[in-house]
Design a binder for this molecule. Structure first.
Ligand code: NAG
Ligand code: NAG
Length: 247
């Protein structure tokens, strides 16, 4: 009798799962699993190739590259300060994350996760103005950054909303801190290929990599967190909670 009940339940569950068609990019976890956080870590990692290629059926674009519009920053002080402007930024490597820790939202407490990314590269169009040390540094060209050893700490507040498909989560606020062990920044094809100016700029960027990064970071973090919120909500809006976590 017990066996019969078990088989019935299994069949019932299988029927349910097929009926609801759990998409391949979802790795389900059970709420009762004592290793629930590990399961959720794996579920997040499981998404990586899908984030990399994009998920057309829910209109989720590929994050490789991750496209951002524009950042601008003043790198040295004074009226003739050296300013740079980065446009058409493309970020590569964001989908290659490892989930180090995860903490679920609890009441009014945010969810927290720490991700590491071995290498992020950024390619952008660069324009600059002002004076760099003693050299007039107005020009335009290509900008490249390689960030090695990236740690991203993410905290987020979520809300729930009921839809015909079931209960859905929504990210309301996302706070992101980046820490980058080794930044390498460089420019090329600038100042009509003037070698001396290009080399002076690259020397400045090399010797001041951490300072430039510090100046860049608040804007970069803000942009990334708003982009990540959009991606997370595109997924959560299409997939109800019970697809991710089964009772
Ligand atoms: C992804 O990360 C692994 C190490 O975690 C690294 O070996 C690999 O080169 C990375 N791939 C890309 C495309 O960055
Ligand atoms: C980011 O850093 C600030 C200041 O150190 C801190 O208050 C905030 O909680 C941090 N956020 C995350 C997501 O770790």
């Amino acid at each position: 009798m017990l066996k019969f009940v078990t088989i019935c339940c299994l069949l019932g569950w299988a029927g349910w799962a097929v009926g609801q068609e759990i998409p391949p990019y979802i790795k389900q976890c059970r709420r009762s699993d004592p290793g629930l956080t590990d399961c959720l870590k794996e579920a997040l990692q499981h998404l990586r190739p899908y984030l990399s290629s994009g998920i057309p059926e829910i209109k989720l674009p590929s994050v490789e590259p991750f496209v951002m519009d524009q950042l601008s920053l003043q790198l040295t002080g004074g009226p003739q300060g050296y300013r740079i402007n980065l446009k058409n930024m493309e970020v590569f490597g964001a989908s290659n994350f490892t989930v180090r820790s995860i903490k679920l939202a609890d009441g009014s407490k945010p969810f927290e996760t720490r991700l590491t990314i071995p290498r992020l590269t950024i390619h952008a169009k660069y324009t600059s103005s002002g004076v760099l040390i003693i050299i007039p540094a107005s020009g335009s060209g290509d900008f490249d950054a390689v960030f090695e050893g990236v740690t991203a700490d993410v905290k987020g507040l979520v809300s729930t909303n009921e839809k015909p498909t079931g209960m859905h989560l929504r990210v309301e606020k996302l706070d992101l801190n980046l820490s980058i062990k080794k930044p390498r920044l460089s420019v090329s094809k600038i100042f009509n290929n003037n070698r001396i100016l290009t080399e002076a700029t690259n020397l400045f960027l090399k010797e001041n990599g951490h300072e430039v990064l510090r100046a860049l970071q608040p804007q970069l973090q803000k942009k990334l967190s708003s982009e990540f919120t959009g991606i997370a909500n595109q997924l959560l809006d299409n997939v109800p909670i019970h697809f991710f976590i089964v009772d």
